[in-house]
Write a protein that binds this ligand. Structure first.
Ligand code: ACM
Length: 277
C-alpha cells in the first residue's frame, strides 16, 4: 500500500522565500509516501518578461527550493515531486524535480509548453520519467502535458502505476480529462494544482482552478480539493490495482488490445493517399 497526496497552494507571485516557507510547512504536516506539489511552486506563474522568469528560477538541485524539499523528504522519509522554474546555464526550463529521502533523484523538463511559457522557457529535452517509491512505479508529467494522451500512455507503457502531475491549471477541462487518462491506461493520477490569481502589470492576469485530485484506475475521484482553498490530502492506494490492465471480465486489456500498426501517423507522416486505381 502507498500513501499518496497533494498540496494545493496559493503562492504570492515573486515571493520566493515566503512561498517556499509556506509550502514546506504545508507538506511537512502530511504523513505520506509520495506528495505532489504544484508547477512553478516557488515563484508563481504569470511572468512579464524572460528576465523576470530567469530571476525567479533556480538551479536544481543546488537552489533553495530544491534544498528545502530535499531536506524535508529526508526528515519526513517521503518522496516529494515539485514544479520548479529551472535555470540551467543560459537555458530556462519549466521543470519538475523528484526528491527522495536519499536526495534529488531526477528532473523532468516540461515537454509541452502552454501559451506564454513558449516565450520564457525552452521546451523540455528529457523523456517522461518513471521512478520507484516503495515498490510502486511513479510517472511524471507537468500541467499542459495532460492535453496529450500520448504522454500518459507512454508512462503506462513504461510501467507507471501512478502519474504525478504538478500543475498550474487555468482552463476548466483537465480535472475531467485526467479521469479519462486514468481509465484509458488503468493508472492512478495525482494532480496538484494551485489556487488564487496572479495579477501582474500590463493587465497580465491568470486565475487558477484548484480542484487538485487523486484519481484511481477506474476514473473514480479518491480525493478532490476545492476551487479556491489552500488544502492538501493524502489517500492510501494499492498500486497493484494499476497492474491489472484487464476489464470486461478479463476479455479486454487496455495495453495489449492496442493496434499500434494503425497508429503510425502518431510518429511518422501518413503515407500519401492512393488514387484508388
Ligand atoms: C499550464 O500548463 N500551466 C496551463
Amino acid at each position: 500500500m502507498l500513501r499518496i497526496g497533494f498540496v494545493q497552494t496559493s503562492p504570492i507571485f515573486g515571493d520566493l522565500d515566503g512561498n517556499r516557507e509556506r509550502l514546506i510547512e504545508q507538506a511537512g504536516r502530511l504523513d505520506a509516501d509520495l506528495v505532489v506539489l504544484p508547477e512553478l511552486c516557488q515563484s508563481g506563474y504569470v511572468f512579464t518578461s524572460r528576465a523576470e522568469a530567469v530571476d525567479l528560477a533556480e538551479s536544481i538541485p543546488a537552489g533553495p527550493t530544491s534544498q528545502a524539499l530535499a531536506e524535508l523528504a529526508r526528515a519526513r522519509d517521503m518522496t516529494l515531486v515539485a514544479g520548479i522554474g529551472e535555470r540551467a546555464g543560459e537555458r530556462l526550463y519549466n521543470s519538475a524535480a523528484v526528491f527522495t529521502p536519499a536526495g534529488h533523484l531526477l528532473t523532468y523538463r516540461k515537454i509541452h509548453l502552454f501559451g506564454d511559457e513558449k516565450r520564457w522557457f525552452e521546451p523540455g529535452d528529457t523523456a517522461f520519467p518513471v521512478f520507484e517509491v516503495r515498490g510502486a512505479r511513479i510517472g511524471l508529467i507537468v500541467c499542459y502535458d495532460w492535453r496529450f494522451p500520448e504522454a500518459t500512455r507512454v508512462l503506462a507503457l513504461a510501467g507507471a502505476d501512478v502519474v504525478a502531475h504538478p500543475a498550474n491549471l487555468v482552463l476548466p477541462f483537465c480535472q475531467q480529462v485526467m479521469r479519462a487518462r486514468c481509465i484509458e491506461n488503468r493508472v492512478f493520477a495525482v494532480t496538484a494544482n494551485r489556487v488564487g490569481t496572479d495579477d501582474r502589470p500590463g493587465g497580465r492576469r491568470a486565475t487558477f482552478t484548484g480542484r487538485s485530485q487523486v484519481v484511481d484506475p477506474d476514473g473514480q475521484l479518491l480525493l478532490q480539493a476545492s476551487t479556491d482553498g489552500v488544502e492538501d490530502g493524502v489517500v492510501t492506494i494499492d498500486p497493484r490495482q494499476a497492474r491489472d490492465k484487464t476489464f470486461n471480465d478479463g476479455m479486454n486489456h487496455v495495453l495489449t488490445d492496442r493496434r499500434p500498426e494503425y497508429y503510425r501517423a502518431l510518429v511518422e507522416p501518413p503515407a500519401p493517399a492512393g488514387d484508388g486505381v
